[in-house]
Design a protein around this ligand. Structure first.
Ligand code: NI
Length: 401
């Protein structure tokens, strides 16, 4: 017998698809999600949820109360798009030049709206349960820390969120499948800038220069030794230099070179140690060549660590909705996510919703201008959220609350 929550989610699939496509056609960048927020707030209000808007500028929160005392489950979706021109030729192609939902946040928003609709329209599922479900729609996940601002503006209070979950689509995982993992899942994603100051000269008189390009090249090479020689082999870290800029002409050695890049780590100690080693390496190499180097470290999102209790809730819900064999364990990733700010405050976990469909050519990665998703995944995401809400409010003690 099919799971009733899954069956109800499949029944609203046309509406989920329509909602996702409407959001997809009108992508909005971080903190500009006005139209998306308006759509979300209107839908939540229509189903009788308590709605708050303007949290973290364009964030929206809906609260579904059982009317009886009990804990609160927070479920979060992100709403922002990316500054990419869509290359897909589909009827629901982005209508906004240079903007695209290339990370699936349109689907996250539709899935979470679907869960709110399912729970609001099926009150019998929560019969006898106490507590609330808080639906959190955040702005600006892509690099601008909307999740942190939501936390700072009190999204986890009133009612107090006891445990939180979220989902992200994944194009390497087949549609109809859900991926979970307990413990560390996503990395801290820090940024850095390096400015090398040397001495310029005519390119034919290198002995009069302190060539910043040569210094930059040695710095890049030396940085590659940090992970291989300073990080324990079973720990994971990445140092990537992603931009190198210097010079103006064939015959001029310039004064300066600048580099930028990213540091990815899972453990706080590794993050601090690598930051220190980078600084020492950069300064040491520059000074060996008689140049100077300035190192600017820009802390990004913290690592995301899934709590065992929240992961247990997701696994129970996903197995109920999809069956045991469709719930797979995910490998560790070096990607980053600002759901980490919520996970620093409460037991929390993020799971992956598979959206791959090779037969339909849906194989492109996140942030690709050809990214798309198999919409069969939409009811799956909604059903796992709704089932998790029911399981949590029915027996919060099973999940440590
Ligand atoms: Ni994303």
């Amino acid at each position: 017998m099919p799971n009733p929550v899954r069956a109800a989610a499949e029944a609203i699939k046309p509406w989920l698809v329509e909602t996702r496509r409407a959001i997809h056609m009108q992508p909005e960048l971080g903190y500009e999600e006005h139209e998306t927020a308006r759509r979300v707030a209107a839908a939540l209000a229509e189903w009788g949820l308590e709605v708050r808007t303007g949290i973290a500028r364009t964030g929206v929160v809906g609260v579904l109360r059982t009317g009886r005392p009990g804990p609160t489950l927070g479920i979060r979706a992100d709403m922002d798009a990316l500054p990419i021109e869509e290359a897909n030729e589909v009827p629901y192609r982005s209508r906004a030049a240079g903007k695209m939902h290339a990370c699936g946040h349109d689907a996250h928003t539709a899935m979470l709206l679907g869960a709110a609709r399912l729970l609001a329209q099926n009150p019998q599922w929560l019969e006898g349960c106490g507590g609330s479900v808080k639906f959190i729609f955040q702005p600006a996940e892509e690099g601008r820390a909307g999740g942190r601002l939501m936390v700072e503006e009190g999204v986890l209070e009133d009612p107090r969120v006891d445990l939180a979950i979220a989902a992200h689509v994944l194009p390497s995982l087949p549609a109809g499948t859900v991926g979970t993992r307990s413990g560390p899942v996503l990395a801290a994603s820090d940024k850095f800038n390096i400015k090398v100051r040397g001495k310029g000269s005519h390119a034919a008189q290198p002995h009069l220069s302190r060539d910043p390009i040569l210094v930059a090249a040695h710095i890049i090479t030396a940085l590659q030794a940090i992970v291989s020689r300073n990080v324990e082999p079973f720990d994971a870290a990445v140092v990537s230099v992603t931009r190198l800029e210097a010079g103006t002409a064939y015959n001029i050695i310039p004064e300066e070179a600048s580099l930028m890049g990213t540091l990815r780590t899972h453990r706080a100690e590794t993050r601090q140690a690598l930051k220190r080693r980078m600084e020492e390496t950069i300064r040491g190499v520059a000074s060996a060549f008689g140049a100077e180097a300035a190192f600017e470290f820009i802390p990004g999102y913290p690592p995301l660590v899934n709590s065992a209790q929240a992961t247990g809730l997701i696994e129970r819900a996903a197995r109920g909705v999809l069956g045991e064999e469709k719930v797979v364990e995910m490998p560790l990733s070096m990607g980053g996510e600002d759901f980490a700010y919520i996970a620093l405050e409460r037991p929390a976990a993020m799971f992956r919703v598979g959206v791959r469909n090779e037969a339909r050519g849906i194989v492109h990665g996140l942030h690709s201008n050809r990214f798309d998703l198999d919409e069969d995944a939409l009811p799956v995401g909604s059903a796992v959220f709704a089932q998790a809400a029911c399981a949590f409010l029915r027996d919060p003690r099973a999940f440590g609350v």
